[in-house]
Design a protein around this ligand. Structure first.
Ligand SMILES: Cc1ncc(COP(=O)(O)O)c(C=O)c1O
Length: 395
């Protein structure tokens, strides 16, 4: 059975062109880029090219790019650096809908005596910029706001967020893990100090990421050891991963128009097809500012996990939008923050497409999913034929 992969916000397939660039560096050109000999030096030059490619995608200087292992590392490094470089400032501002890479660090920092303010979102997942203005204090070291949400695809107004933070004297970090290759950004005009991306979300392999640190911003490394990355991230470089990320960035920049026309049209076809075929369905997220590849659909009165299992039988890979993790009945923190009613939150499914999806993929889902929902609603205690109709609690 063919796999219909629509879980690209979780991870992506390595692009064959990316893999091809990487392959010689596993077994033929395996030198250490820090070595003095020519063999290692050759790899060093390829890393320089990869850094230039990433910098070109970001429109920043190559020296502003630090390679690391993943988006989580970039987020942690930025937040910790901002606090370590400003010891008199012990407050950060972030949002209630960040990825755990930011949220769990913020909670950890609170336990260590720092203070954190978590901005709320409205029912479409949007921020209130006045709330942000009010939250920034004289001792705010950093504002860390994600560029786009991984569950709903809602895109935050990072330009405005960064301007507000700068005016009030705070550093700014944005988690752009879901944005690279999906919407264009330009670090010459976007006034953030830190920006984190991850290779495996952009058709490069897992285990590589990059953190932009603006020139002139004080930086405190997270990893101490060797002098790699000009002393800013110790540890022998993941050369193959970095080469892959460089190539993936080059392809991502060339494909951004395709992403916002062809991939977006596929997403819209899927969304419209399902909305037309399944009553009591709604879209989670901001319809006007959304990643072009993402739709989070809430099917009332069904369990997301049951939908996923039944879709799996057709080879369809989607995600329950991180809802109901590991058997708990709690909907995801993002849907809770948005106040999505209980009966919708539990039936939320995220489809995230990529340039490797086809119209045929979309049409399989439009054909197979409506009968699945119908069947599940028939057997659901909360379904239309059921006895128990819970009040719509906003969890
Ligand atoms: C918005 C966001 N931030 C951070 C991460 C973490 O990235 P990584 O898996 O590379 O650590 C993810 C991954 O799901 C994400 O979606």
């Amino acid at each position: 059975m063919a796999v219909i992969y629509m879980d690209n916000n979780a991870t992506t397939k390595v692009d064959p062109a990316v893999l091809e660039e990487m392959l010689p560096y596993f077994s033929e050109q395996y030198g250490n880029p820090s070595s003095m000999h020519t063999f290692g030096g050759k790899v060093g030059r390829v890393l320089t090219q990869a850094r230039e490619r990433v910098a070109a995608a970001f429109n920043c200087h190559p020296d502003e790019v630090i390679f690391n292992a993943c988006g989580t590392e970039g987020d942690n490094t930025a937040i910790r650096s901002a606090l370590a470089s400003q010891p008199d400032k012990r407050h950060i501002v972030t949002t209630r809908v960040e990825h755990p890479a930011v949220l769990n660090l913020a909670k950890h920092l609170e336990r260590k005596g720092y203070e954190a303010t978590y901005l709320g979102v409205d029912e479409q997942g949007r921020l209130d910029l006045d709330e942000l203005r009010d939250a920034i204090r004289h001792d705010t070291a950093l504002v860390s706001v994600m560029y786009a949400n991984n569950e709903t695809g809602t895109v935050f107004p990072i330009q405005e967020v960064a301007q507000i933070a700068k005016e009030r004297g705070a550093l700014v970090h944005t988690d752009a893990v879901q944005v690279l290759g999906k919407i264009p950004f330009d670090l010459k005009t976007l006034p953030v100090d830190f920006l984190a991306v991850s290779g495996h979300k952009v058709h490069a392999p897992k285990g590589v990421g990059a953190l932009f640190v603006r020139k002139g911003v004080q930086f405190r490394p997270f990893m101490l050891g060797g002098h790699q990355e000009r002393g800013r991230r110790a540890g022998t470089e993941n050369t193959t991963g970095i080469i892959g990320l460089g190539k993936a960035c080059e392809i991502a920049s060339a494909n951004i128009a395709h992403e916002n026309s062809v991939v977006k049209a596929l997403r819209d076809r899927l969304e419209k097809g399902l909305m037309a075929a399944v009553p009591d369905t709604r879209v989670n997220g901001d319809p006007d500012n959304r990643l072009p590849n993402t739709t989070s659909l809430a099917f009332q009165y069904v369990e997301g996990e049951s939908i996923l299992l039944m879709l799996d039988a057709f080879g369809v890979c989607a995600s329950s939008g991180s809802a109901c993790t590991s058997g708990s009945l709690e909907p995801s923190h993002v849907l809770r923050a948005m106040g999505v009613p209980f009966t919708y939150a539990h039936g939320s499914i995220r489809f995230s497409l990529s340039r490797f999806n086809t119209e045929a993929d979309v049409d399989v889902v439009i054909k197979e999913l409506p009968p699945i929902i119908k069947r599940l609603r028939e057997i659901s205690p909360f379904g239309r034929g059921g006895q128990h109709q819970p009040a719509d609690c906003t969890c």
